[in-house]
Design a protein. Structure first.
Ligand SMILES: [Zn+2]
Length: 829
């Protein structure tokens, strides 16, 4: 897929460590960065998910105030929906991580994360903090504060409310509030306090809005004595764009959530309410905080010199500032303050590079390479202004080093081709937080140094040592892959290290509803030339696995081979894991190289274990022909086919009594009565089908935006009742009812191993005379809910309404969910 690199990526010239294309600043952008060099203050914005952040404020503080600005998103948004592809859970979290980075490249902020996992919707902060490891997430927030040293923290959410927003949201505000004090306490995470030092932020705000008050009117009447109003729509003539326009472009990077955003110009007030610290008298969040160079010991003369550079700055010849910038660099080197020295040296170095029109890159000939492989590196060094000397090029974590005494004359391109052997010790590219299996609420991170970082830092970097105006500088650049596309032109991609062989199971889960065998395709792909070996599979106890084991040879990188494995389940119910590995004379490969490729983010690599779950259900079935009427989209039809049902998907226009009578049951897809308008006119036919002896099963619909009031043949009212805890207690109300007894005897063990939730949008009122509630469900701290599974006889048939999340449980292979659903289909047979 082609990457369209927006001009906007370099609009603000933010220096992103992970940008693949070297940034090139124009003269206005250089001036903006000079202003940033002259400001020593920091703002940290805190919320729970990618897309919670207010890009207007992040851009405002970064580009208007010139503060060091960052967003700490506690999670990576694994629990969200994906509107651009099929990736879910950790793969979606990876996409959303990159969307945040793409947003920050535009608004100029930095990005941090904690180890908290977005496990899905949570009703209360209490539940959230129980599932997350509260102490560990708090430590991560404290670590970010100690490292980033914000003067001001801004929470997206209100720590005082609960129940009216996602539990993750309120938790993010409460953890931030607690971390505000804990970061300054050297007894908290004391080992880290010693290495990082403690830090006391000065103010904490809550980024309120009318939304938190219910209406614009109520917000207008609210007491604003503790609030500051910031015009986030302010125009920036240096770049010819207003802050809200930058913020919209940034927000539009959340493409997997469908958050494309059209900018609004003109004044736009953002309100922040003071929670901790002293109220500023002048609408300035930094009031009373020294944000000038005199903040650091020895900084005063640097400040004076930076002011001089700004005053004398020539927009037609930025290189005139080089000499003074070199002096600034040398003065900063002498500062005692580690924090500001590190930040300001990097800023100054990048300014020197920009003023000299420096272009440095080390380009590989392919995007994916394996450890031990020798590749050709195309190295470019071009300087457009002034004179520098290229002294050395080396690659970190390798013995590659070349010395030079090459003068970089004005606008002369130096281009070299070098052979480089990837050290065999180079780790594979893989997100650090996904290296180990994670718990429901937390990622397991073994290398503690990485905690907080948005991605795994690359170990292979090209270091260019240059002498500019007598100063020796080291410019670190990631190795990148670049090629020319006949349509797009120059295309950049990340350079990534992968295993030589990838093994992909055709399906992550194989579910058997009877004793028939199934065929599982396995794809083996080479990422290196000349590899041969054999594929080996484990044979789980009682299972039969048939395939021909033979020598396989891959002569070319990119070559794929497909083999078919026949899997036969045992006679009784059983769960097992099928593991595949490719064995060469030197190594074993047991991972699948997953590539995630979208236009708005760099290509992502993720390594997954080459395993498939095998599930032989202990299930009995009556009736086998099912009509499925699709709603918002779910994999229920495929799942039912997997276990041996014959499922026909019917379009609304195909719903006739004659047609329906061919089936043992009609199943309605999730949210069909929210999304399929034509269904409103088919209810009478569906009910008549039931009346004549049919079986109709309706899955959940949301209570808002229903296309009909006649959801059922009897009164039924859908509410927002839901049980998000997948481990929650289940009580059997109608113990004798066939749904719990025939043909499968349902017991509490059928409610074990459910995933994500029990169900949602349960009815809370129904015709008591006709509907029988089958189950009662309870979420901690709430009362019992009886509406998750309701059955009514109607004429000779049965109508069933269920908010249980079969659509989530089926693809996860939850045996009990299949057994219960088989009973729903069998009802009356
Ligand atoms: Zn959120």
């Amino acid at each position: 897929m082609k990457k369209h690199y927006l001009v906007l990526l370099v609009l603000l010239g933010s220096y992103n460590l992970f940008a693949q294309q070297p940034s090139q600043l124009n003269s206005s952008q250089i001036y903006q960065q000079l202003e940033k060099l002259d400001f020593l203050g920091s703002v940290l914005y805190v919320a729970a998910h990618p897309d919670d952040e207010n890009t207007k404020l992040i851009s405002y503080f970064s580009n208007q105030i010139h503060a060091n600005t960052a967003y700490l998103s506690l999670t990576r948004g694994d629990g969200g929906q994906n509107l651009i592809g099929s990736e879910l859970r950790e793969k979606l979290g990876l996409i959303r991580t990159q969307e945040l980075l793409a947003a920050r490249k535009i608004d100029g902020g930095q990005q941090f994360f904690s180890r908290a996992n977005d496990f899905g919707y949570s009703k209360t902060p209490q539940e959230t903090l129980e599932i997350w490891n509260k102490e560990e997430v708090l430590k991560d927030v404290v670590k970010t504060i100690r490292k980033f040293q914000p003067d001001v923290i801004i929470n997206r959410f209100d720590h005082r409310t609960e129940g009216n927003t996602h539990g993750h949201h309120t938790s993010s505000a409460r953890l931030s509030l607690e971390a505000f004090d804990k970061a300054a306490d050297d007894n908290f995470a004391s080992a880290e306090a010693k290495t990082l030092g403690t830090w006391q932020p000065q103010r904490l705000f809550f980024n309120t809005s009318w939304w938190f008050y219910g209406s614009q009117e109520k917000f207008e009447e609210a007491d604003k004595s503790k609030m500051l109003a910031i015009d986030a729509g302010v125009y920036n003539p240096l770049i010819g764009i207003s802050n809200s326009e930058i913020a919209s472009h940034s927000r539009s990077q959340h493409k997997s959530q469908g958050f494309g955003n059209t900018p609004v110009r003109g004044e736009q007030l953002e309100y922040i309410e003071l929670i901790k610290g002293e109220i500023p008298t002048n609408n300035d969040v930094f009031e009373g905080i020294n944000t000038t160079w005199s903040r650091v010991k020895g900084g005063e003369k640097i400040g004076k010199l930076v002011d001089k550079i700004k005053e004398e700055y020539d927009f037609t010849a930025p290189s005139k500032s080089l000499r003074d910038l070199v002096k600034v660099y040398q003065l900063i080197e002498k500062l005692d303050n580690d924090h500001w020295r590190t930040i300001k040296l990097e800023e100054t170095k990048n300014l020197i590079a920009a003023c000299a029109g420096l272009y440095l890159e080390a380009v590989t000939q392919s995007a994916l390479t394996t450890p031990g492989e020798t590749i050709s590196l195309q190295i470019e060094a071009t300087q457009r202004e002034a004179i520098g000397v290229l002294k050395e090029i080396s690659i970190s974590n390798s013995n590659f080093k070349k010395k030079f005494t090459t003068t970089l004359n004005s606008n002369q391109r130096i281009s070299l081709t070098e052979e480089f052997t990837i050290p065999t010790t180079t780790p594979y590219t893989n997100p650090y937080w996904l290296e180990k299996p994670s718990e429901l609420g937390m990622y397991e991170v073994s290398n503690k140094v990485y905690i907080g970082l948005p991605e795994t830092p690359s170990t292979l970097k090209a270091n260019f040592v240059l002498e500019i105006e007598g100063l020796i500088l080291n410019f670190e650049k990631e190795l990148v892959y670049k090629y020319n596309d006949p349509v797009e032109g120059e295309v950049y991609e990340p350079f990534q290290i992968v295993p030589a062989i990838s093994v992909k199971m055709g399906k992550p889960i194989l579910i058997f509803g009877n004793e028939n065998s199934k065929v599982l395709p396995i794809t083996i792909k080479a990422f290196s030339n000349n590899i041969s070996g054999q594929l080996k599979l484990n044979v789980p106890k009682k299972w039969k696995i048939d395939y021909t084991q033979e020598d396989m040879r891959f002569s070319k990188k990119g070559e794929e081979k497909l083999i078919y494995v026949t899997v036969t389940p045992p006679h009784e119910g059983s769960e097992a894991q099928l593991e595949a590995r490719f064995i060469t004379s030197e190594k074993e490969y047991d991972q699948h190289v997953v590539e995630i490729d979208y236009e708005h983010i760099p290509k992502q690599i993720l390594l997954e274990a080459a395993t498939a779950k095998l599930i032989a259900l202990d299930i009995k079935k009556k009736g086998d022909k099912i009509a499925y009427i699709e709603g918002a989209g779910d994999v229920v039809p495929e799942s039912l086919r997997e276990i041996g049902y014959q499922v026909n998907v019917l379009q609304p226009e195909q719903i006739t009594l004659k047609k329906l009578n061919e089936f043992d049951a009609v199943v309605i897809g999730i949210r069909a009565y929210n999304t399929v308008n034509d269904l409103a006119f088919k209810q009478s036919i569906l009910f008549e089908y039931v009346n004549q002896g049919g079986n109709m099963i309706v899955q959940y619909n949301t209570n808002r935006g229903l296309i009909t009031e006649n959801l059922a043949p009897y009164a039924l009212h859908v509410s927002r009742d839901r049980v998000t805890d997948e481990f929650s207690e289940v009580k059997f109300l109608a113990k004798k009812h066939p749904i719990l007894n025939s043909p499968n005897q349902i017991t509490s063990s059928d409610f074990e191993n459910w995933v994500q939730e029990r169900g949602l949008y349960f009815p809370n009122e129904w015709d008591k005379e006709h509907f029988t509630p089958i189950l009662s469900l309870k979420e901690k701290g709430e009362s019992w809910m009886d509406g998750s599974l309701l059955v009514a006889s109607y004429g000779k048939g049965n109508y069933i309404y269920t908010g249980l999340s079969f659509f989530r449980e089926f693809p996860a292979g939850v045996s009990g969910s299949y057994r219960l659903f088989a009973n729903l289909i069998s009802l009356g047979k």
